[in-house]
Design a binder for this molecule. Structure first.
Ligand code: 4GM
Length: 239
């Protein structure tokens, strides 16, 4: 049996062009141009046979909006699974488990260490036929308690959060470790300053110019605690 190494992410979407925003810009673009991670798209429209290219229909039971047809999605997922048989099939929807930094670390580690790949489904309209969820989806994730016109933007946010954690993607090896939520205590990040030392009458805190690394570390930790208590008491009270 051959070793099945795979950094491939298959995205099932009616609007694959939207992902150019993720692929072509900023530090993440390198991960794709170097083929460290490979994105592949499957458009469910390619599995529609009728001349009108129907991809959605009115919901049984009535009500506003349209629902994505089961069969083109099922064929898209099955085609993806033939390529990545071990990959989890993940659906983005407002009904999913709430995404956070822990989940980003988990998915990133999974992609990088298990090499099983990932399969994502982006819904449009009011969502997809429930039977696709029942039969073919392993996991449902939500970016937060709000509704978008499609899952694509939510998935781009999730991929950005996941892929920036892959070793070597960020310039400074430590910068991901110090982020809000990612630091060992799960606190918000401390304030940052750069040149000039005085700007519009506002001075950078002396300690940051002192060169005293231990004192700087203590100051940053104290600020992170203060900021977390003020801005996110929900996180702070669990500390
Ligand atoms: C309704 C049902 C994800 C709408 C299923 C997708 C928000 C999120 C959609 C769907 C989405 C989110 C498409 N809106 N909060 N819109 O992560 O896929």
């Amino acid at each position: 049996m051959s070793l099945n190494l795979n950094n491939k992410i298959i995205i099932i979407s009616l609007l694959p062009e939207m992902f150019q925003a993720l692929v072509n810009y900023g530090v993440l673009s390198k991960i794709f141009s170097s083929q460290k991670v490979i994105l592949e798209f499957i458009n469910p429209r390619n599995f529609v046979s009728d001349i009108h290219k129907t991809i959605d229909d009115r919901p049984f039971g009535g009500g506003p909006g349209m629902v994505m047809l089961a069969e083109p999605l099922a064929q898209s997922i099955e085609s993806a699974k033939r390529q990545l048989p071990q990959a989890p099939v993940i659906y983005l929807s407002p009904q999913g488990e709430k995404f956070d930094q822990k989940m980003a670390e988990n998915i990133s580690g999974n992609l990088w260490n298990n090499q099983a790949g990932l399969i994502f489904i982006c819904g449009r309209y009011e969502g997809i036929d429930q039977r696709v969820l029942d039969l073919l989806i392993d996991r449902e994730i939500s970016l937060g308690d709000f509704v978008l016109t499609g899952g694509e933007l939510a998935l781009m946010c999730i991929l950005d959060a996941v892929l920036r954690l892959i070793p070597g993607v960020l310039g400074d090896a430590e910068s991901a470790l110090q982020d809000s939520f990612s630091n060992p205590e799960g606190l918000l990040d401390c304030p940052h300053y750069t040149r000039p030392p005085v700007w519009r009458g506002l001075a950078v805190p002396d300690v940051l110019l002192s060169g005293h690394h231990e004192k700087i570390k203590q100051w940053r930790y104290k600020k992170a605690l203060e900021i977390t208590e003020i801005k996110r008491p929900d996180i702070f009270k669990n500390k």
